[in-house]
Ligand binder design. Structure first.
Ligand code: C5P
Length: 222
């Protein structure tokens, strides 16, 4: 069996990381959550109180920052300069700012470079917004995962409630819509379906069904 690369893109909260994790586990591949990398630098920028409008400052900050993704039982841990920030990068403040920082050209260039290094030997499942179009344009399997905004907000709401976090469905819907808008309308590597991507609308599918479909598609390409 050939070690292929699998790119999973799509809007916020479409279930990409859940499915990517399962797929990587089934295939014994590396899982790379690229959103977590953008979240990690956003978290650091917030903490360091630099001017977040200043691209040069953020680029400089990123160049001196180490971001590591380590597999764990619960999926993936995110380390920022050696500190475990897995939970912290999911906080609202980070979520609301990440798309602004991810729109910066120099930040994207450095992130794409790091992601390509992580994926260079294949055997990788990577999820994000520009994986099929920019990071891994030669990936053997590209998935574009969609779901209605209502379904996505409901799922995130359920997840939050289950974890014991406070959660407001209407606010979640707004946050998701705004992030999709920013990510789709930015100038550099906007959220787009790659021409050769397989589109999967997960609105009415279970996690198991989506995972099975992607697994079958992966098998065909090995
Ligand atoms: O996937 P997640 O929702 O954690 O991503 C957080 C944000 O990071 C996205 O809303 C987007 O602004 C940015 N992102 C990106 N390119 C990627 C992955 C994430 O611009 N490949």
């Amino acid at each position: 069996n050939k070690k292929i690369s699998i790119a999973i893109d799509g809007p916020a909260a479409a279930g990409k990381s859940t499915i990517a994790k399962i797929t990587a586990e089934k295939l014994s591949y590396i899982y790379v959550d690229t959103g977590a990398m953008y979240r990690a630098i956003t978290y650091k920028a917030l903490k360091s109180q630099i001017d977040i409008q200043n691209e040069k400052e953020i680029e400089q900050l990123l160049l001196e920052t180490s971001i590591e993704l380590k597999p764990s039982n619960s999926g993936q841990l995110v380390f920022l300069d050696g500190e475990d920030v897995t939970e912290k990068i999911r906080e609202e403040q980070v979520t609301n700012l990440v798309s602004t920082i991810a729109a910066s050209g120099p930040v994207r260039e450095e992130m794409v470079y790091r992601q390509q290094q992580l994926g260079k030997d294949g055997g990788v499942v990577m999820d994000g917004r520009d994986i099929g179009t920019k990071v891994l344009p030669h990936a053997e399997l590209k998935i574009f995962m969609l779901a209605s905004v209502d379904v996505r907000a409901e799922r995130r709401h359920l997840e939050n409630t289950r974890k014991g976090y406070s959660s407001n469905l209407e606010k979640l819907k707004e946050e998701i819509e705004l992030r999709d808008k920013l990510d789709s309308e930015r100038e550099i590597s906007p959220l787009r379906k790659a021409e050769d991507a397989v589109e999967i609308d997960t609105s009415f599918l279970s996690i198991e069904e989506v995972a099975a479909e992607i697994y079958a598609l992966a098998q065909e390409r090995m």
